[in-house]
Design a protein around this ligand. Structure first.
Ligand code: G1P
Length: 289
């Protein structure tokens, strides 16, 4: 079976929920501790074996391209001022992987964004990471999915059990357990209306997909919310090859909403040796602990 080498990151969203911070800055560049959101995802992909990163960008996302490119002036400045530690950090970012960029001319949905990466991805399996979802896990979640794909073939998708009220926010699967934590998917539905979800297993922002998906994306019709939905393409692909849902081990930090992003910063700070004291200090000052 083909080794997983490619990771795709769709970054087409406008970032409305983070305005005004995102007026002139892509939301994927919002810092989570000292790294932009998207870098957490890129590091997960690299730690899962990916060597090629394709970023699908919309309008106004130049800062993302700049972040993953060399900054010769900054590096020279840091060297000249004896700040080798920071120079190393700065030069290590473009060295994480081979980066390429595809344009999504209009934000027509996740399925459309993935299709925009087809030419760069070619006929290779690929990981898809939605940068709003940051995953904390001992074994990277993308690597957990790839292990299932290597075992069973087809595609693998991260699942998490959610409450009845929350199923309408996600793609939801109908599936049968084939080993503890691994489900063979029978069908998927994007954002089912309240009370109609086939289960409580929701798709989280991590996938390892077979290149067969591109054919289904090309013939896709608009779905939920009038957008071209990846979930619908995966559902159609099930007639040809299997997809497996994986209840991953780890914690998802939902950084697509401001409250989630704030909680993620606090949680990560409390787990970071350099920042823990500062986070605890605030909680003490506020008489919370
Ligand atoms: C997207 C997918 C959805 C998935 C979710 C996970 O939805 O379309 O199937 O459950 O990501 O975060 P979005 O959050 O972009 O509306």
């Amino acid at each position: 079976m083909d080794k997983l080498e490619v990771a795709i990151f769709p970054v087409g969203g406008v970032g409305t929920r983070f305005l005004p911070a995102t007026k002139n800055m892509p939301k994927e560049m919002m810092p989570l501790l000292n790294r932009p959101l998207i870098q957490w995802g890129v590091e997960e992909a690299v730690n899962s074996g990916c060597t090629n990163v394709i970023i699908v960008t919309g309008e106004g996302k130049e800062a993302i391209k700049a972040h993953f490119s060399r900054s010769f002036e900054l590096e020279a400045f840091l060297t000249a001022h004896g700040k080798e530690k920071y120079r190393e950090i700065v030069s290590s970012i473009p060295a994480l992987a081979r980066f390429s960029f595809a344009k999504q001319p209009q934000p027509l949905g996740l399925g459309h964004a993935v299709l925009c990466a087809e030419r760069l991805c070619k006929e290779r399996p690929f990981a898809l990471l939605l940068p709003d979802d940051v995953m904390l896990a001992d074994k990277p979640v993308t690597a957990q999915l790839e292990a299932v794909r290597q075992k069973y073939g087809g595609s693998a998708i991260a699942l998490q059990k959610v409450s009845d009220e929350d199923t309408q926010r996600y793609g939801v699967v109908d599936a049968e357990e084939i080993e503890p934590g691994v489900y063979k998917i029978k069908s998927l539905v994007e954002k089912p209306k309240a009370g109609t979800a086939p289960s409580n297993f929701a798709v989280m922002g991590r996938y390892v997909l077979s290149p067969a998906i591109f054919r289904y994306l090309r013939s896709l019709q608009p779905g939920a919310g009038g957008e071209y939905q990846l979930t619908d393409a995966i559902n159609a692909m099930l007639a040809e090859e299997p997809a497996y849902g994986v209840i991953y081990e780890g914690k998802r930090l939902d950084c697509g909403i401001t409250e989630g992003w704030l909680k993620a910063n606090l949680q990560l700070a409390l787990h970071d040796t350099g920042m823990r004291e500062a986070a605890l200090e605030v909680l003490k000052e506020e008489n919370i602990i």
